[in-house]
Write a new protein. Structure first.
Length: 661
């Protein structure tokens, strides 16, 4: 390993003055006296995991070369009192006044009360030495041990809790610190802004280095418009498997300054991959919504085979289209939308609705509000109707005093109740598939299959309900089982399903698709195997349950696979055959833990599993990212620039170990 150079070491520090520099990891100020010996010693002692050789050095650019002492002093709040006071009634206390010339940045005499051992017995059991007390005071000066910890904790709070940097200038916040930490000097807003940028550069560079060792990535992306400032952003999240766990990082929120064409989106995706050391060959999948421009950008950047449409978004399209196709149902739903809009725009009606709930025993802080439908938000129609029915009695009482809008009648209420009952499985499926910290992509084929079987055996009690069920079934067939969009032909989803020990082969309707999938998996093994040459037949198992997952459980109980004869041994690698012969594990078990425990028995399958089970099934992580972006840009932070927004979102998404290691 090559020795670290002076330049490479200095990249980790921000120069304060001629003799001192601030560490960009822990914010501690190190005296360097124009050389790098102390800087190198600090890095080896405090940050031994950070690479120091020139080849592995992180690409951290120093933005602030030097801060003038006079400006630096102006950027800190003067502590209210550098005094540690004795406890009341402590007869053994004595006051010591000493010059603080030997303590950095303390120019005034410090009055200290050194308590006797009895005063400290309930805390540490012994009296502190005078030198220890002065060391404690010194640790609160700029760059001191405690000061650095506090400053870093404030940076963490600002980033993780979406708080504006202006918080450090707020009167209440200053008073809080002056009361609880009188020795701590609060840096000014500008200093915190610079520190936040430095923190981003340091941590992002560290993660870029970590990315070099990641074997496979999944990317989710989406486009969002900030209506307050009419700016458009593209968000990108990265998901991967590391140290036996699923990880995710929000790597960017990029302002889109040109027309949102597929070519422009492809260009931005390419730029991000280069910036973050993401080898495009390591990208297993990119998940987007069904917008044609975003899909085209994904195709151009990564290829068609790596693109996955967001399952949650597709389910939402199934519901939206089925509702529109159901005769006259849209008219009833529009009446509900008008009522909800009326309450949203009428303060008086909203207060009356709240009062009605309180009169019937609801606590003041537990009253419910109506939910407005948003077609681009998953399950919004279901959630609107569900809340409306829950408050229908109170709504009717309030609307009795108004000419418009008209309340829905009793028959329409019954229709809406059936609609909510029919749509509930779609809401449950969307929630199930939208996680980030557990395996999701391998659930898509099983969930689509169970949903199809559930709709096939569901009966409606009204004509509206029967028609809606038929329309939903047709849309599911169109989106997942038609010749153009047969879900079992999607290589990523099919491999993920077979490799998931909770599902394996039981949810494949097509024996040919299963045969092709096992062929694909077989070719991933290092040793050449015989080609699969057998096919089987699958007949769905009947079930009267309305619970989507109950269909899966009954499939497992009846027989682990009705097409278990397909590829049961001929031409398969021994390791794959042994895996398929194992019993299916419980649905709530963790497939990642399964392969970790059996890594020695299934070494090649373990590699395949870490690649395909780390794929996420939706672009919901990006939607969550934009929800956070909206919070950050709201009100007092509406003038935040695109790069600063991206930095803050990144810092709020990383693990705590990067902040406090």
């Amino acid at each position: 390993m090559s020795m670290p150079t002076s330049k490479s070491i200095k990249r980790y520090f921000t120069k304060i003055d001629a003799i001192s520099s601030r560490c960009r990891f822990c914010l501690k100020i190190v005296k360097n006296h124009s050389n790098t010996t102390n800087l190198l010693s600090h890095m080896k002692r405090k940050h031994p995991m950070i690479p120091l050789n020139q080849k592995s050095i992180m690409n951290v650019e120093s933005k602030s070369e030097q801060e003038e002492p006079c400006k630096k002093r102006q950027c800190f709040e003067k502590p209210t009192s550098p005094i540690i006071q004795s406890e009341p009634g402590c007869s053994g206390s004595r006051t010591i006044e000493r010059s603080c010339d030997n303590i950095s940045n303390l120019s005034e005499a410090t009055t200290l009360s050194i308590l006797d051992s009895s005063s400290f017995s309930h805390i540490k059991g012994k009296q502190k030495k005078v030198t220890e007390v002065f060391e404690e005071v010194s640790s609160y000066t700029e760059g001191g041990r405690n000061a650095s910890k506090i400053t870093n904790a404030i940076l963490y709070m600002l980033a993780v809790d979406n708080m504006p940097l202006k918080t450090v200038e707020n009167k209440g916040f200053k008073k809080f610190l002056q009361t609880t930490l009188p020795l701590y000097k609060l840096p000014c807003r500008k200093t915190f802004t610079n520190m936040m940028d430095e923190r981003y550069e340091v941590i992002s560079s560290q993660i870029k280095e970590d990315f070099k060792n990641v074997l496979n990535f999944t990317i989710t992306t989406d486009i969002w418009t900030d209506s307050f400032n009419t700016r458009s952003f593209m968000g990108i999240t990265v998901h991967f498997f590391n140290m036996g766990e699923l990880k995710s990082v929000n790597i960017g929120v990029i302002m889109l300054e040109k027309s949102h064409t597929g070519e422009y989106i492809c260009e931005k995706l390419n730029d991000l991959c280069v910036q973050w050391n993401i080898d495009k060959e390591k990208v297993t999948a990119i998940v987007t919504d069904n917008g044609s421009n975003v899909v085209k950008g994904a195709y151009l950047c990564f290829g068609k085979k790596k693109h996955l449409p967001c399952f949650a978004h597709t389910l939402n399209l199934v519901v939206t289209n089925a509702l529109k196709l159901t005769t006259h149902l849209s008219d009833i739903i529009n009446k509900v939308k008008e009522i909800v809009a009326f309450f949203k725009h009428s303060t008086k009606a909203t207060e009356e609705l709240k009062s009605q709930q309180i009169q019937n025993g609801a606590p003041n802080n537990k009253t419910l509000k109506l939910i407005q439908q948003c077609e681009t938000r998953c399950n919004s129609t279901y959630l609107m109707l569900q809340r409306f029915l829950l408050l229908a009695t109170y709504i009717s009482s309030v609307l009795f005093n108004y000419k418009n809008p008209t309340m829905v009648n009793h028959d329409e209420i019954e229709i809406l109740e059936e609609v909510v009952l029919i749509l509930k499985p779609f809401q449950l499926l969307t929630t199930e598939i939208s996680g980030e910290k557990y395996v999701t992509a391998s659930k898509i084929i099983p969930l689509a299959h169970c949903l199809k079987l559930s709709l096939n055996r569901l009966d409606g009690s009204t004509e509206f309900g029967k028609e809606l069920i038929t329309n939903l079934g047709n849309e599911v067939q169109k989106r997942f089982y038609s010749e153009e969009s047969f879900i079992e032909r999607n290589e990523i989803l099919a491999v993920a399903t077979v490799i998931d020990p909770r599902f394996k082969k039981i949810h494949f309707e097509s024996a040919r698709s299963l045969s092709n999938t096992l062929n694909i998996i077989s070719k991933m093994f290092p040793t050449k195997t015989r080609e699969v040459d057998s096919e089987g037949f699958f007949k769905p198992v009947s079930d009267n349950s309305n619970d989507i997952w109950n269909i899966h459980e009954n499939l497992v109980v009846s027989k682990e696979s009705r097409i278990s004869d397909v590829n049961s041994g001929n031409g398969l690698p021994t390791e794959l055959k042994q895996y398929l012969d194992q019993s299916i594990i419980a649905r709530n078990d963790d497939p990642i833990q399964y392969f970790k425990q059996l890594k020695i028995a299934f070494p090649e399958l373990y590699k395949i599993a870490t690649k395909y089970l780390s794929v996420v099934g939706t672009s919901v992580p990006c939607e969550r990212l934009f929800s956070r972006a909206g919070e950050i840009l709201a009100d007092k932070r509406s003038r935040l620039t695109g790069p600063h927004l991206s930095n803050l979102i990144f810092l709020s998404s990383i693990e705590d170990k990067y902040w406090f290691e």
